[in-house]
Write a protein that binds this ligand. Sequence first.
Ligand SMILES: [Zn+2]
Length: 128
Amino acid sequence: VNTLNKQQIATLATSLQQQRQRLIAAIRAHLHQSDQPGERALLSSFDEHDGPSAALIGELGIAQLRHECEELQDIDAALQRIDAGNYGTCLQCGVPIPFERMSVQPVAKACLACQKKAEQSYGAWSHN
Ligand SMILES: [Zn+2]
């Protein structure tokens, strides 16, 4: 299996950015409708940084936003791996992850074999 080439990484980075924009829009819309002062205050941090502090939202414990925040953190982690140059490589065993898998799941951080192993041990990723 080959590592991802520059063009493939650029394609995946674009779809990560698009997903990120969609999530931010959804989170922003939720905060707008909120009657909680703490949640509304978060809106200002959105405008300054073009993104929420996912950790901050986690601290507030906004249940409706938990899923969005987790996705956002996954996306940010993937974008950081692109910057770091280890994107598309399994974090568990270090083998390159095929482009076919990455295009279905651009935030993937483990190869199929390692993900299956994790599912068997924890059952936590079984909904992916
Ligand atoms: Zn692996």
